[in-house]
Design a protein around this ligand. Structure first.
Ligand code: SF4
Ligand code: SF4
Length: 156
C-alpha cells in the first residue's frame, strides 16, 4: 500500500528496465496497484508457515477507495504497518498477495493488463474485480478469535 499515486511522466515499462533496488521513490510507489489486499489481516500457520487471507481489514482501510485513510501518520494508529521497501521485499514477498505488483516484479513476472501502469487508469483494478472494494469487514467489528470464520480466497 502506498499513498495516492501520481504516475505521470514515468518512463514506459520502467520496472522492466532496471532492478527493483534501482527504482526511484516515485517509480517504487507507482508500482502499487491500489488493490488494498495487503491491508487485509492474514492468519499464518505456525507449523507449516501457510498464510490464509481473511476479509477482515485493517482499521484504517477505506472499503470504498481501498486506500489507507491516514497514510501519512498511519504508524500512530497501526505501529506494525509494514513499509515495503526494496531492501526488505525479499523477506515479505512470500506473504504478499499473488497479484501484488511488488511480488510479481520480484518474481520476474509481467504486470497484468488491469494494472494502472498498463491500462493508464486506476479504475481497472476495481473493474477487474481484483481489489477489495466492498468486500471487507473492519477489524473493529471482528475480534481476532473470529477471523478464522472470515478466511477468503484471494480475488485474482
Ligand atoms: S497488495 Fe501490493 S499492489 Fe496491492 S495495495 Fe498492497 S502493495 Fe499495493
Ligand atoms: S495502516 Fe492499515 S490500511 Fe494503512 S497501509 Fe497499513 S495496513 Fe494498510
Amino acid at each position: 500500500m502506498t499513498d495516492v499515486i501520481d504516475r505521470s511522466g514515468l518512463k514506459p515499462r520502467f520496472w522492466q528496465r532496471k532492478p527493483m533496488q534501482k527504482l526511484s521513490d516515485r517509480e517504487w510507489e507507482a508500482l502499487c496497484d491500489g488493490c488494498g489486499k495487503c491491508c487485509l489481516n492474514k492468519l499464518e500457520d505456525e507449523d507449516t508457515g501457510e498464510v490464509a487471507l481473511t476479509c477482515v481489514a485493517c482499521r484504517l482501510l477505506d472499503d470504498e477507495t481501498c486506500r489507507c485513510a491516514h497514510y501519512e501518520n498511519r504508524h500512530q494508529f497501526v505501529p506494525d504497518c509494514i513499509v515495503l521497501r526494496p531492501d526488505n521485499i525479499d523477506s515479505h514477498a512470500y506473504w504478499m498477495p499473488m497479484t501484488c505488483a511488488y511480488r510479481l516484479v520480484w518474481e520476474g513476472k509481467p504486470l497484468p493488463d488491469w494494472h494502472p501502469l498498463i491500462s493508464g487508469t486506476p479504475d481497472t483494478v476495481h473493474d477487474a474485480g481484483i481489489s477489495v472494494r466492498h468486500r471487507t469487514v473492519s477489524e473493529f467489528d471482528k475480534p481476532i478469535e473470529e477471523w478464522e470464520d472470515f478466511i477468503i480466497e484471494e480475488p485474482i
